[in-house]
Design a protein around this ligand. Structure first.
Ligand SMILES: C[S@@+](CC[C@H](N)C(=O)[O-])C[C@H]1O[C@@H](n2cnc3c(N)ncnc32)[C@H](O)[C@@H]1O
Length: 246
């Protein structure tokens, strides 16, 4: 994988919320830290196997946790600089299970219907307006197999405060109740569980700020159809690498 150091510029009007940084100027940890405690706890306790898509994976805050359990993880992001840091920082023993794909999640995903056993997406979906979020969720549903799992987080009530108490950055798009209703509506066919948690971190931004939010962690299982097709049955028994090529 080539080392991409050119920052990917954000274009908020086109729903591209990149950080605009050269990830190779950051240290080997994710720019977002170690991961939120309840998400890490949930990942540890949850069954994850087969082929997983880490959607908008960034520089890989949770990617190694997925790689430890899944057979294959496709890490995706629009920002090739983030993805190449993710690749370089992945321990060598997990690299054979790691694939990368750069794409814009507001467009059609570059994958076949039903090809994933699971989709993981954190730290980004709360940024999109409802109509765009619904389009993304539709694509997630298209590429997820029947019985597959979606794990996502959705941040609400976001506050960034400078050391002098001033608010930094723009207001949160969603409040808790509104996000809960949206998720229930979008995944109404799925069997869902919601865990509510919160984050309170000090970030070394410029200027440094305190980041606080509540978030919903959603675990959503896609209903299985009446018939399990021959193709699906065999995809389960094929090696994940072969399954990826079909
Ligand atoms: C706050 S980071 C979260 C990264 C990672 N999922 C995590 O939880 O640590 C948001 C990520 O979404 C990516 N992103 C933003 N807009 C995107 C888009 N339209 N298509 C694909 N990725 C996008 C950014 O490049 C960034 O890596």
């Amino acid at each position: 994988m080539e080392k991409v150091t050119k920052p990917h510029k954000p274009q908020e009007k086109a729903h591209i919320y990149t950080e605009g940084i050269n990830y190779f100027e950051t240290n080997e940890n994710s720019i977002l830290g170690k991961g939120d405690r309840d998400t890490l706890k949930f990942l540890k306790a949850t069954r994850i196997d087969g082929i997983w898509l880490n959607l908008a994976a960034g520089d890989g805050r949770y990617n190694t946790d997925l790689l430890k359990k899944a057979d294959v993880v496709i890490a995706s992001d629009i920002d090739k600089s983030a993805l190449s840091k993710l690749f370089y920082c992945t321990p060598n023993r997990y690299k054979p299970k790691l694939k990368m794909k750069a794409f814009n999640i507001v467009k059609r995903f570059p994958f076949k219907d039903g090809m994933f056993d699971g989709i993981f997406c954190t730290g980004v979906l709360h940024l999109f307006p409802k109509t765009v979020f619904k389009r993304i969720a539709k694509e997630m549903d298209r590429v997820l197999r029947s019985g597959g799992t979606i794990i996502l987080d959705f941040a609400v009530d976001i506050r960034r405060t400078a050391p002098d108490g001033r608010a930094v950055g723009s207001e949160s798009r969603y409040k808790l109740k509104e996000a809960e209703t949206l998720l229930k509506d979008v995944f109404s066919d799925y069997k869902i569980k919601m865990i509510k948690s919160n984050v309170d971190n000090s970030n070394e931004g410029n200027p440094p700020y305190r980041f606080q939010c509540n978030y919903i962690l959603l675990d959503a299982v896609k209903p299985t159809g009446l018939f399990i097709s021959a193709r699906r049955t065999s995809a389960r028994t094929r090696s994940p690498r072969t399954a990826l090529l079909c």
